[in-house]
Design a binder for this molecule. Structure first.
Ligand SMILES: [Mg+2]
Length: 383
């Protein structure tokens, strides 16, 4: 089988958000978003099979002369973090398209092709904004009613003790009706101008962690920037609660210091955020983490391309043993299936037990309504 052409398909109209959105990690002075874009790779073969992947800005010519079924070689040449020069190609979106072709060529969803260990995976609802305590309480109650068994709250307020008060208020209001996860986003600075966000010191992070531990929080994510490996290990040693992180970790290999130092109890690779994980990398890091006695709870990026990144993450994580749940951005009324999965004929959603069925169609398993997309760029060649 040969690849003959790659197209970039983009939404004719941007996806409108119901109200302006400022995510917590860009507080206090970030720019409000009002729309999401949506852009996909469509990879053609000489056998009437096409694969889709999220467009994350990779070079389409990486697929020239690539056997679409030889995915490990593509990963070795373009993504594997063990080798120099492979961490800036942003090839993960193309790798997902190759897996889509592989599944369609063999008429199997990827997780089955790889020998799945399960068909359903629990998720947690990832909220994204800094709201007032009463608004968070209302929203968490709504998420409980929708069937979620776990929710993530954000901390990124100028005063970390205000953050803590919100988590305490939610816990007091909903009791043990839902698992609470907390993300301090200390690897993210505001992108805006003006007032600067003061990152937590190690001591502040430790004090907040001890308080969150008392509130029976499931994990604390990014209490310090990811490069402060020693600080993260110190905090991890201070509490029973798990410490999570790693969404910006560029490659599989760069989790090594964190594993050796005991910095993360939960690894959070993202299938495309750094451009180097893909289905292959998520499975690789999961295996490394498993042998190190750690969990993997993948980060999944929101936005118009969410649906395909999430579906590919589900396919990968259905084949590993140490992934208790996956991130599922859900922050009504802004982050909902309407804005994150607008192009799907059938949105991916939770069942009564708070888990999601891994798509069972061949390949990545998403059916895309192309009527809302247009070709914005194409590379064609004859191998
Ligand atoms: Mg995060």
């Amino acid at each position: 089988m040969k690849i003959t052409k790659v197209e970039i398909l983009s939404a004719r109209e941007p996806i409108q958000l119901p109200e302006p959105w400022l995510p917590a990690w860009q507080e206090p002075n970030g720019r409000y978003a009002t729309t999401f874009g949506l852009s996909l790779y469509k990879v053609y073969t000489d056998q009437d099979i096409v694969g889709y992947g999220p467009n994350i800005g990779g070079d389409l010519h990486l697929l020239k002369n690539q056997n679409p079924l030889q995915i490990r070689q593509f990963w070795y040449d373009n993504m594997s973090g063990k080798r120099a020069g492979n961490s800036d190609k942003r090839a993960a979106g193309l790798e997902i398209a190759l897996w889509d072709i592989m599944g369609k060529a063999t008429n199997q969803p990827i997780h089955q092709l790889l020998g799945a260990s399960r068909q359903r995976i629990p998720v947690y609802a990832a909220t994204s904004r800094l709201l007032e305590s009463h608004q968070h309480i209302e929203q968490v109650k709504l998420l409980i009613d929708l069937g979620f068994k776990a929710v993530k709250l954000r901390l990124h307020r100028p005063n970390p003790w205000d953050d803590l008060a919100v988590v305490a208020a939610v816990r007091e209001s909903v009791g043990d009706a839902i698992e609470i996860l907390v993300d301090a986003n200390q690897n993210n600075a505001s992108t805006g101008d003006g007032e600067r966000y003061n990152f937590w010191s190690r001591r502040i992070a430790q004090q907040i962690a001890i308080e969150l531990d008392q509130l029976n929080v499931y994990f604390l994510e990014e209490p310090l920037p990811r490069n402060d490996v020693e600080g993260l290990a110190m905090i991890s040693d201070s509490v029973e609660m798990m410490i999570a992180g790693g969404e910006h970790t560029p490659t599989v290999g760069e989790f090594k210091p964190h594993l050796l130092a005991g910095a993360y109890d939960v690894l959070q690779p993202d299938i495309t955020l750094t451009g180097n994980f893909g289905v292959t990398g998520l499975r690789e890091i999961s295996s490394v983490a498993d042998f190190s006695g750690r969990l993997v709870i993948p980060h999944v990026t929101g936005g118009g391309n969410f649906f395909i990144m999430f579906a590919a993450t589900l396919q990968a994580m259905a084949t590993v043993d140490n992934c208790p749940m996956i991130e599922f951005p859900c922050d009504p009324p802004i982050l909902t299936p309407k804005t994150l999965q607008s192009i799907l004929t059938e949105p991916i959603w939770i069942e009564d037990d708070g888990s999601i069925s891994v798509p069972s169609q061949p390949g990545i398993g998403v059916e895309i309504d192309e009527s809302r997309l247009e070709v914005s760029l194409a590379s064609e060649w004859t191998n």
